[in-house]
Design a protein around this ligand. Structure first.
Ligand SMILES: NC(=O)c1ccc[n+]([C@@H]2O[C@H](COP(=O)([O-])OP(=O)(O)OC[C@H]3O[C@@H](n4cnc5c(N)ncnc54)[C@H](O)[C@@H]3O)[C@@H](O)[C@H]2O)c1
Ligand SMILES: N[C@H](CO)Cc1c[nH]c[nH+]1
Length: 432
Protein backbone atom coordinates (compact mmCIF):
# COMPACT_ATOMS: atom_id res chain seq x y z
CA UNK A 1 0.00 0.00 0.00
CA UNK A 2 1.30 3.44 -0.98
CA UNK A 3 1.63 5.59 2.17
CA UNK A 4 0.50 9.22 2.18
CA UNK A 5 2.74 11.75 3.94
CA UNK A 6 1.71 15.36 4.49
CA UNK A 7 4.36 16.57 6.91
CA UNK A 8 7.49 18.10 5.29
CA UNK A 9 10.17 16.77 7.68
CA UNK A 10 8.74 13.28 7.49
CA UNK A 11 8.58 13.53 3.68
CA UNK A 12 12.25 14.57 3.48
CA UNK A 13 13.33 11.71 5.74
CA UNK A 14 11.30 9.21 3.72
CA UNK A 15 12.74 10.45 0.42
CA UNK A 16 16.24 10.18 1.85
CA UNK A 17 15.56 6.61 3.03
CA UNK A 18 14.22 5.60 -0.40
CA UNK A 19 17.07 7.31 -2.25
CA UNK A 20 19.61 5.50 -0.04
CA UNK A 21 17.84 2.13 -0.32
CA UNK A 22 20.72 0.52 -2.19
CA UNK A 23 23.16 1.66 0.52
CA UNK A 24 21.30 0.39 3.60
CA UNK A 25 22.55 -2.54 5.62
CA UNK A 26 20.15 -5.06 4.10
CA UNK A 27 21.82 -4.36 0.77
CA UNK A 28 25.39 -3.53 1.70
CA UNK A 29 26.07 -7.09 2.94
CA UNK A 30 25.57 -8.22 -0.69
CA UNK A 31 28.84 -6.43 -1.49
CA UNK A 32 30.74 -9.27 0.27
CA UNK A 33 29.14 -11.80 -2.13
CA UNK A 34 29.92 -9.58 -5.10
CA UNK A 35 33.59 -9.20 -4.07
CA UNK A 36 33.87 -12.96 -3.68
CA UNK A 37 32.35 -13.53 -7.14
CA UNK A 38 34.70 -11.00 -8.76
CA UNK A 39 37.79 -12.53 -7.14
CA UNK A 40 36.74 -16.05 -8.17
CA UNK A 41 36.27 -14.97 -11.79
CA UNK A 42 39.67 -13.25 -11.75
CA UNK A 43 41.33 -16.41 -10.41
CA UNK A 44 39.40 -19.18 -12.16
CA UNK A 45 37.93 -17.58 -15.30
CA UNK A 46 35.28 -19.69 -17.06
CA UNK A 47 35.19 -22.25 -14.21
CA UNK A 48 33.85 -19.57 -11.85
CA UNK A 49 31.35 -18.38 -14.47
CA UNK A 50 29.92 -21.89 -14.76
CA UNK A 51 29.84 -22.31 -10.98
CA UNK A 52 27.93 -19.07 -10.32
CA UNK A 53 25.60 -19.60 -13.27
CA UNK A 54 24.63 -22.88 -11.67
CA UNK A 55 24.31 -21.31 -8.20
CA UNK A 56 22.46 -18.08 -9.06
CA UNK A 57 20.68 -18.88 -12.32
CA UNK A 58 20.15 -22.62 -11.81
CA UNK A 59 21.65 -23.48 -15.22
CA UNK A 60 24.41 -26.03 -15.80
CA UNK A 61 26.51 -24.88 -18.73
CA UNK A 62 29.53 -26.33 -20.49
CA UNK A 63 32.29 -23.81 -21.35
CA UNK A 64 31.43 -24.03 -25.06
CA UNK A 65 27.84 -23.06 -24.27
CA UNK A 66 28.81 -19.69 -22.82
CA UNK A 67 28.95 -18.09 -26.26
CA UNK A 68 25.65 -17.95 -28.14
CA UNK A 69 26.01 -19.87 -31.39
CA UNK A 70 25.25 -18.67 -34.91
CA UNK A 71 22.42 -21.20 -35.24
CA UNK A 72 20.75 -19.86 -32.07
CA UNK A 73 21.04 -16.35 -33.43
CA UNK A 74 19.47 -17.38 -36.75
CA UNK A 75 16.71 -19.32 -35.01
CA UNK A 76 15.76 -16.31 -32.90
CA UNK A 77 14.36 -14.55 -35.99
CA UNK A 78 11.92 -17.45 -36.48
CA UNK A 79 10.71 -17.10 -32.89
CA UNK A 80 9.68 -13.45 -32.88
CA UNK A 81 6.48 -12.23 -34.49
CA UNK A 82 6.56 -9.78 -37.38
CA UNK A 83 4.86 -7.25 -35.12
CA UNK A 84 7.65 -7.52 -32.55
CA UNK A 85 10.37 -7.37 -35.21
CA UNK A 86 8.77 -4.23 -36.66
CA UNK A 87 8.60 -2.66 -33.18
CA UNK A 88 12.29 -3.48 -32.56
CA UNK A 89 13.18 -1.94 -35.91
CA UNK A 90 11.13 1.20 -35.25
CA UNK A 91 12.83 1.60 -31.86
CA UNK A 92 16.25 1.03 -33.46
CA UNK A 93 15.67 3.76 -36.06
CA UNK A 94 14.45 6.29 -33.49
CA UNK A 95 17.13 5.55 -30.90
CA UNK A 96 19.84 5.71 -33.57
CA UNK A 97 18.53 9.01 -34.99
CA UNK A 98 18.62 10.56 -31.51
CA UNK A 99 22.12 9.32 -30.73
CA UNK A 100 23.52 10.44 -34.10
CA UNK A 101 22.58 14.04 -33.36
CA UNK A 102 25.43 14.77 -30.97
CA UNK A 103 28.39 12.59 -31.92
CA UNK A 104 31.50 14.29 -30.54
CA UNK A 105 33.68 15.58 -33.38
CA UNK A 106 37.45 15.99 -33.33
CA UNK A 107 38.60 19.58 -33.78
CA UNK A 108 41.76 21.63 -34.17
CA UNK A 109 42.25 25.34 -33.72
CA UNK A 110 45.12 27.35 -35.26
CA UNK A 111 46.37 30.16 -33.03
CA UNK A 112 49.01 32.86 -33.13
CA UNK A 113 52.63 31.88 -33.88
CA UNK A 114 51.50 28.58 -35.46
CA UNK A 115 50.16 27.11 -32.28
CA UNK A 116 47.79 24.23 -33.01
CA UNK A 117 45.44 22.96 -30.29
CA UNK A 118 42.63 20.46 -30.48
CA UNK A 119 40.84 17.35 -29.37
CA UNK A 120 40.82 14.03 -31.16
CA UNK A 121 37.97 11.67 -30.36
CA UNK A 122 38.40 7.91 -30.77
CA UNK A 123 36.13 5.02 -29.79
CA UNK A 124 37.18 2.40 -27.25
CA UNK A 125 38.45 -0.84 -28.86
CA UNK A 126 36.00 -3.14 -27.05
CA UNK A 127 32.78 -2.36 -25.19
CA UNK A 128 30.89 -4.71 -22.89
CA UNK A 129 27.12 -4.39 -22.63
CA UNK A 130 25.19 -5.84 -19.72
CA UNK A 131 21.59 -6.69 -20.56
CA UNK A 132 19.55 -7.70 -17.52
CA UNK A 133 17.55 -10.88 -17.66
CA UNK A 134 16.70 -12.04 -14.16
CA UNK A 135 13.11 -10.92 -13.65
CA UNK A 136 12.32 -9.68 -17.18
CA UNK A 137 13.84 -9.80 -20.68
CA UNK A 138 15.06 -6.46 -22.03
CA UNK A 139 15.40 -6.22 -25.84
CA UNK A 140 14.97 -2.45 -25.39
CA UNK A 141 18.10 -2.36 -23.21
CA UNK A 142 20.05 -4.14 -25.94
CA UNK A 143 19.17 -1.31 -28.35
CA UNK A 144 19.82 1.44 -25.79
CA UNK A 145 23.34 0.13 -25.13
CA UNK A 146 24.45 -1.26 -28.49
CA UNK A 147 23.29 1.65 -30.65
CA UNK A 148 25.40 4.38 -28.99
CA UNK A 149 28.39 1.99 -29.03
CA UNK A 150 27.87 1.40 -32.74
CA UNK A 151 27.39 5.11 -33.46
CA UNK A 152 30.63 5.81 -31.55
CA UNK A 153 32.40 3.41 -33.93
CA UNK A 154 33.33 0.70 -31.40
CA UNK A 155 34.62 -2.22 -33.52
CA UNK A 156 33.94 -5.02 -31.00
CA UNK A 157 30.69 -4.97 -29.02
CA UNK A 158 30.43 -7.80 -26.48
CA UNK A 159 27.13 -8.50 -24.72
CA UNK A 160 26.39 -10.55 -21.59
CA UNK A 161 22.94 -11.55 -20.39
CA UNK A 162 21.85 -14.28 -17.96
CA UNK A 163 20.44 -17.58 -19.24
CA UNK A 164 16.80 -18.37 -18.64
CA UNK A 165 15.21 -21.79 -18.17
CA UNK A 166 16.87 -24.55 -20.22
CA UNK A 167 19.83 -22.22 -20.82
CA UNK A 168 17.79 -20.31 -23.38
CA UNK A 169 17.98 -16.61 -24.08
CA UNK A 170 14.97 -14.54 -24.96
CA UNK A 171 14.70 -14.51 -28.79
CA UNK A 172 13.72 -10.83 -28.88
CA UNK A 173 16.96 -10.03 -27.01
CA UNK A 174 18.95 -12.01 -29.60
CA UNK A 175 17.15 -10.34 -32.49
CA UNK A 176 17.64 -6.85 -31.02
CA UNK A 177 21.35 -7.61 -30.59
CA UNK A 178 21.70 -8.55 -34.24
CA UNK A 179 19.67 -5.57 -35.41
CA UNK A 180 21.87 -3.22 -33.35
CA UNK A 181 25.23 -4.68 -34.44
CA UNK A 182 26.42 -6.58 -31.34
CA UNK A 183 29.42 -8.68 -32.36
CA UNK A 184 29.23 -11.52 -29.80
CA UNK A 185 26.87 -12.62 -27.03
CA UNK A 186 27.60 -14.63 -23.86
CA UNK A 187 24.98 -16.28 -21.64
CA UNK A 188 26.15 -15.14 -18.24
CA UNK A 189 24.62 -12.62 -15.85
CA UNK A 190 25.05 -10.89 -12.52
CA UNK A 191 28.34 -9.88 -10.88
CA UNK A 192 30.10 -12.79 -12.61
CA UNK A 193 29.34 -11.28 -16.05
CA UNK A 194 30.67 -7.89 -15.00
CA UNK A 195 33.86 -9.50 -13.65
CA UNK A 196 34.30 -11.47 -16.89
CA UNK A 197 33.95 -8.30 -18.97
CA UNK A 198 36.38 -6.41 -16.72
CA UNK A 199 39.13 -9.05 -16.42
CA UNK A 200 38.46 -11.45 -19.29
CA UNK A 201 38.24 -15.25 -19.06
CA UNK A 202 39.28 -18.09 -21.38
CA UNK A 203 36.08 -17.44 -23.40
CA UNK A 204 35.04 -13.84 -22.78
CA UNK A 205 37.33 -10.99 -23.83
CA UNK A 206 38.05 -8.19 -21.39
CA UNK A 207 36.64 -4.85 -22.54
CA UNK A 208 37.52 -1.21 -21.90
CA UNK A 209 34.12 0.10 -20.92
CA UNK A 210 31.11 -1.67 -19.40
CA UNK A 211 27.65 -0.17 -19.76
CA UNK A 212 24.12 -1.20 -18.98
CA UNK A 213 21.70 -1.45 -16.10
CA UNK A 214 21.12 -4.29 -13.71
CA UNK A 215 20.00 -5.33 -10.26
CA UNK A 216 21.91 -4.63 -7.07
CA UNK A 217 24.52 -7.37 -7.72
CA UNK A 218 25.30 -6.00 -11.17
CA UNK A 219 25.42 -2.41 -9.92
CA UNK A 220 27.73 -3.22 -6.99
CA UNK A 221 29.99 -5.19 -9.35
CA UNK A 222 30.21 -2.27 -11.79
CA UNK A 223 31.18 -0.01 -8.90
CA UNK A 224 33.92 -2.42 -7.81
CA UNK A 225 35.50 -2.94 -11.26
CA UNK A 226 35.46 0.78 -12.09
CA UNK A 227 39.05 1.85 -12.61
CA UNK A 228 40.05 -1.41 -14.27
CA UNK A 229 37.44 -0.47 -16.87
CA UNK A 230 35.29 2.57 -17.50
CA UNK A 231 31.58 2.39 -16.71
CA UNK A 232 28.60 4.48 -17.78
CA UNK A 233 26.89 5.18 -14.45
CA UNK A 234 25.36 3.28 -11.56
CA UNK A 235 22.13 2.37 -13.35
CA UNK A 236 20.56 0.23 -10.65
CA UNK A 237 17.01 -0.62 -9.54
CA UNK A 238 14.54 1.61 -11.39
CA UNK A 239 12.71 4.59 -9.91
CA UNK A 240 10.10 7.14 -10.90
CA UNK A 241 9.03 10.36 -9.24
CA UNK A 242 5.77 11.85 -10.53
CA UNK A 243 4.87 15.47 -9.84
CA UNK A 244 1.13 15.75 -10.54
CA UNK A 245 -1.47 18.49 -10.09
CA UNK A 246 -5.25 18.32 -9.88
CA UNK A 247 -5.72 17.96 -13.65
CA UNK A 248 -3.71 14.70 -13.73
CA UNK A 249 -5.56 11.44 -14.26
CA UNK A 250 -5.11 9.26 -11.13
CA UNK A 251 -5.51 6.07 -13.18
CA UNK A 252 -2.61 7.11 -15.43
CA UNK A 253 -0.44 8.26 -12.53
CA UNK A 254 -0.98 4.92 -10.74
CA UNK A 255 -0.08 2.99 -13.90
CA UNK A 256 3.13 5.02 -14.27
CA UNK A 257 4.13 4.33 -10.66
CA UNK A 258 3.54 0.60 -11.14
CA UNK A 259 5.46 0.64 -14.43
CA UNK A 260 8.69 1.21 -12.49
CA UNK A 261 7.73 -0.76 -9.36
CA UNK A 262 7.27 -3.90 -11.47
CA UNK A 263 11.00 -4.03 -12.35
CA UNK A 264 12.41 -5.05 -8.98
CA UNK A 265 11.48 -5.30 -5.28
CA UNK A 266 14.12 -2.55 -4.83
CA UNK A 267 12.41 -0.25 -7.39
CA UNK A 268 10.97 3.05 -6.11
CA UNK A 269 7.72 4.86 -7.01
CA UNK A 270 7.00 8.32 -5.62
CA UNK A 271 4.15 10.77 -6.15
CA UNK A 272 4.42 14.40 -5.04
CA UNK A 273 1.31 16.53 -5.43
CA UNK A 274 -0.25 19.69 -4.03
CA UNK A 275 -3.66 17.98 -4.31
CA UNK A 276 -4.48 15.77 -1.29
CA UNK A 277 -7.52 14.40 -3.06
CA UNK A 278 -5.46 13.27 -6.06
CA UNK A 279 -3.03 11.54 -3.66
CA UNK A 280 -5.92 9.54 -2.14
CA UNK A 281 -7.26 8.61 -5.59
CA UNK A 282 -3.83 7.45 -6.77
CA UNK A 283 -3.34 5.33 -3.63
CA UNK A 284 -6.71 3.64 -4.24
CA UNK A 285 -5.95 3.17 -7.93
CA UNK A 286 -2.54 1.60 -7.22
CA UNK A 287 -4.33 -0.99 -5.05
CA UNK A 288 -6.92 -1.51 -7.75
CA UNK A 289 -4.36 -2.08 -10.52
CA UNK A 290 -2.23 -4.29 -8.26
CA UNK A 291 -5.15 -6.64 -7.59
CA UNK A 292 -4.94 -8.10 -11.11
CA UNK A 293 -1.25 -7.45 -11.70
CA UNK A 294 0.62 -10.41 -13.26
CA UNK A 295 3.78 -9.42 -11.32
CA UNK A 296 1.85 -8.64 -8.17
CA UNK A 297 4.13 -10.15 -5.49
CA UNK A 298 7.28 -8.41 -6.69
CA UNK A 299 5.51 -5.12 -7.48
CA UNK A 300 3.70 -5.03 -4.14
CA UNK A 301 7.02 -5.39 -2.32
CA UNK A 302 8.47 -2.38 -4.15
CA UNK A 303 5.36 -0.30 -3.45
CA UNK A 304 5.25 -1.33 0.23
CA UNK A 305 8.92 -0.61 0.91
CA UNK A 306 9.79 2.14 -1.53
CA UNK A 307 6.48 3.71 -2.57
CA UNK A 308 5.10 6.95 -1.14
CA UNK A 309 2.62 9.74 -1.96
CA UNK A 310 3.65 13.12 -0.58
CA UNK A 311 1.23 16.04 -0.32
CA UNK A 312 2.90 19.47 -0.46
CA UNK A 313 1.71 23.07 -0.48
CA UNK A 314 2.86 23.96 -3.99
CA UNK A 315 4.52 22.74 -7.18
CA UNK A 316 7.61 24.75 -6.16
CA UNK A 317 7.98 22.62 -3.02
CA UNK A 318 7.42 19.51 -5.15
CA UNK A 319 10.31 20.58 -7.40
CA UNK A 320 12.52 21.25 -4.35
CA UNK A 321 11.87 17.76 -2.92
CA UNK A 322 12.37 16.17 -6.33
CA UNK A 323 15.77 17.90 -6.65
CA UNK A 324 16.78 16.48 -3.28
CA UNK A 325 15.84 12.98 -4.46
CA UNK A 326 17.37 13.37 -7.99
CA UNK A 327 15.19 10.68 -9.60
CA UNK A 328 16.12 8.44 -12.49
CA UNK A 329 12.79 9.34 -14.16
CA UNK A 330 10.78 12.46 -13.39
CA UNK A 331 7.27 12.86 -14.79
CA UNK A 332 5.65 16.30 -14.77
CA UNK A 333 1.95 15.47 -15.05
CA UNK A 334 0.91 19.08 -14.58
CA UNK A 335 -0.96 21.65 -16.64
CA UNK A 336 2.18 23.71 -17.51
CA UNK A 337 5.19 21.36 -17.34
CA UNK A 338 7.54 23.73 -19.20
CA UNK A 339 6.88 26.43 -16.57
CA UNK A 340 8.17 24.17 -13.78
CA UNK A 341 11.14 22.86 -15.80
CA UNK A 342 13.54 25.73 -14.86
CA UNK A 343 13.15 24.69 -11.22
CA UNK A 344 14.19 21.08 -11.92
CA UNK A 345 17.93 20.59 -11.46
CA UNK A 346 18.58 16.86 -11.08
CA UNK A 347 16.84 14.03 -12.98
CA UNK A 348 18.04 11.33 -15.38
CA UNK A 349 15.15 11.90 -17.80
CA UNK A 350 12.21 14.32 -17.60
CA UNK A 351 8.83 13.45 -19.14
CA UNK A 352 6.64 16.48 -19.79
CA UNK A 353 2.85 16.45 -19.83
CA UNK A 354 0.04 13.94 -19.46
CA UNK A 355 0.59 12.19 -22.79
CA UNK A 356 4.20 11.28 -22.07
CA UNK A 357 4.20 8.16 -19.90
CA UNK A 358 7.71 7.13 -18.92
CA UNK A 359 7.30 3.96 -21.04
CA UNK A 360 7.67 6.11 -24.19
CA UNK A 361 11.25 6.75 -23.13
CA UNK A 362 11.81 3.14 -22.07
CA UNK A 363 11.16 1.88 -25.56
CA UNK A 364 11.42 4.21 -28.49
CA UNK A 365 11.32 7.98 -28.05
CA UNK A 366 15.06 8.03 -28.81
CA UNK A 367 16.87 9.24 -25.65
CA UNK A 368 18.66 6.52 -23.72
CA UNK A 369 16.79 4.61 -21.02
CA UNK A 370 19.97 3.56 -19.20
CA UNK A 371 19.93 6.19 -16.48
CA UNK A 372 21.55 6.94 -13.12
CA UNK A 373 19.61 5.81 -10.01
CA UNK A 374 19.80 6.20 -6.20
CA UNK A 375 20.71 9.88 -6.35
CA UNK A 376 23.44 9.46 -8.99
CA UNK A 377 21.52 11.86 -11.27
CA UNK A 378 23.04 14.65 -9.13
CA UNK A 379 26.33 14.10 -10.99
CA UNK A 380 25.73 11.54 -13.76
CA UNK A 381 23.70 11.43 -16.97
CA UNK A 382 21.99 9.08 -19.38
CA UNK A 383 24.14 6.65 -21.33
CA UNK A 384 25.40 8.37 -24.48
CA UNK A 385 27.76 8.01 -27.43
CA UNK A 386 30.49 9.85 -25.45
CA UNK A 387 30.66 7.00 -22.92
CA UNK A 388 32.09 4.79 -25.68
CA UNK A 389 34.66 7.41 -26.72
CA UNK A 390 37.56 9.23 -25.17
CA UNK A 391 39.51 12.18 -26.46
CA UNK A 392 43.21 12.96 -26.72
CA UNK A 393 44.36 16.54 -26.48
CA UNK A 394 46.41 17.77 -29.46
CA UNK A 395 49.16 20.37 -28.92
CA UNK A 396 51.70 21.66 -31.42
CA UNK A 397 54.03 24.64 -30.76
CA UNK A 398 56.29 26.33 -33.31
CA UNK A 399 59.82 27.44 -32.26
CA UNK A 400 58.56 31.04 -32.12
CA UNK A 401 55.60 30.10 -29.93
CA UNK A 402 57.85 28.12 -27.58
CA UNK A 403 60.31 31.01 -27.31
CA UNK A 404 57.48 33.27 -26.19
CA UNK A 405 56.35 31.15 -23.24
CA UNK A 406 59.59 29.36 -22.33
CA UNK A 407 60.44 31.72 -19.47
CA UNK A 408 57.03 31.24 -17.82
CA UNK A 409 57.30 27.45 -18.08
CA UNK A 410 60.77 27.49 -16.54
CA UNK A 411 59.60 29.64 -13.63
CA UNK A 412 56.61 27.33 -13.02
CA UNK A 413 58.80 24.21 -13.21
CA UNK A 414 61.31 25.67 -10.75
CA UNK A 415 58.46 26.63 -8.40
CA UNK A 416 57.38 22.99 -8.46
CA UNK A 417 60.94 21.78 -7.82
CA UNK A 418 61.07 19.89 -11.14
CA UNK A 419 64.36 20.90 -12.80
CA UNK A 420 64.14 18.53 -15.77
CA UNK A 421 60.86 20.11 -16.80
CA UNK A 422 62.57 23.50 -16.89
CA UNK A 423 65.62 22.06 -18.66
CA UNK A 424 63.54 20.44 -21.43
CA UNK A 425 62.33 23.91 -22.38
CA UNK A 426 65.58 25.82 -21.72
CA UNK A 427 67.59 23.50 -24.00
CA UNK A 428 65.24 24.16 -26.89
CA UNK A 429 65.06 27.89 -26.22
CA UNK A 430 68.83 28.17 -26.28
CA UNK A 431 69.04 26.40 -29.63
CA UNK A 432 66.59 28.79 -31.29
N1 LIG B 1 18.53 2.25 -14.32
C1 LIG B 1 18.27 1.79 -15.52
O1 LIG B 1 18.59 2.43 -16.50
C2 LIG B 1 17.58 0.46 -15.70
C3 LIG B 1 17.12 0.03 -16.96
C4 LIG B 1 16.53 -1.25 -17.08
C5 LIG B 1 16.46 -2.07 -15.96
N2 LIG B 1 16.94 -1.60 -14.76
C6 LIG B 1 16.98 -2.44 -13.56
O2 LIG B 1 17.70 -3.61 -13.92
C7 LIG B 1 17.38 -4.60 -12.98
C8 LIG B 1 17.16 -5.94 -13.64
O3 LIG B 1 17.24 -6.88 -12.61
P1 LIG B 1 17.00 -8.41 -12.82
O4 LIG B 1 17.18 -9.05 -11.48
O5 LIG B 1 15.73 -8.59 -13.56
O6 LIG B 1 18.15 -8.90 -13.82
P2 LIG B 1 19.75 -8.83 -13.75
O7 LIG B 1 20.22 -9.47 -15.01
O8 LIG B 1 20.24 -7.48 -13.41
O9 LIG B 1 20.15 -9.79 -12.53
C9 LIG B 1 20.05 -11.17 -12.60
C10 LIG B 1 21.35 -11.76 -12.10
O10 LIG B 1 21.54 -11.43 -10.72
C11 LIG B 1 22.31 -12.43 -10.12
N3 LIG B 1 21.75 -12.79 -8.82
C12 LIG B 1 20.45 -13.02 -8.53
N4 LIG B 1 20.34 -13.38 -7.22
C13 LIG B 1 21.60 -13.40 -6.71
C14 LIG B 1 22.14 -13.68 -5.42
N5 LIG B 1 21.37 -14.03 -4.39
N6 LIG B 1 23.47 -13.56 -5.24
C15 LIG B 1 24.28 -13.19 -6.26
N7 LIG B 1 23.82 -12.92 -7.50
C16 LIG B 1 22.50 -13.01 -7.72
C17 LIG B 1 22.27 -13.65 -11.02
O11 LIG B 1 23.54 -13.93 -11.47
C18 LIG B 1 21.37 -13.26 -12.17
O12 LIG B 1 21.91 -13.67 -13.39
C19 LIG B 1 16.16 -4.11 -12.20
O13 LIG B 1 16.62 -3.63 -10.94
C20 LIG B 1 15.67 -2.95 -13.04
O14 LIG B 1 15.00 -1.99 -12.26
C21 LIG B 1 17.50 -0.38 -14.62
N1 LIG C 1 12.46 1.60 -16.97
C1 LIG C 1 13.76 1.03 -17.24
C2 LIG C 1 14.83 1.99 -16.78
O1 LIG C 1 14.86 2.08 -15.40
C3 LIG C 1 13.97 0.71 -18.70
C4 LIG C 1 13.02 -0.30 -19.25
C5 LIG C 1 13.26 -1.28 -20.12
N2 LIG C 1 12.09 -1.92 -20.36
C6 LIG C 1 11.17 -1.34 -19.68
N3 LIG C 1 11.73 -0.36 -19.00
Amino acid sequence: MLRIITERTEARAELRRICDRTHDERVVHKEATVREVIQAVQRQGDRALLHYTSEFDGQTLKPEELRVSGSELDAAYQQVSKELLDAIRLARVQVEAFHRQRVPKSWVQFGENEVVLGKRYTPVDRAGLYVPGGRAAYPSTVLMNAIPAKVAGVPRIVMCTPPGPDKTLNPAVLVAAQEAGVTEIYRVGGAQAIAALAYGTQTIPNVHVITGPGNIYVTLAKKLVYGTVGIDSLAGPSEVLVIADSQANPVHVAADLLAQAEHDPLAAAILITPDGNLAKQVVAEVENQLAEHPRRTLTEKAIAHYGVAIVVESLEVAAELSNEFAPEHLELEIAEPWDLLPQIRHAGAIFLGNSTPEAVGDYLAGPNHTLPTSGAARYASALSVEVFMKHSSLIQYSPKALQKVAGAIEVLAQAEGLPSHAESVRLRRENL
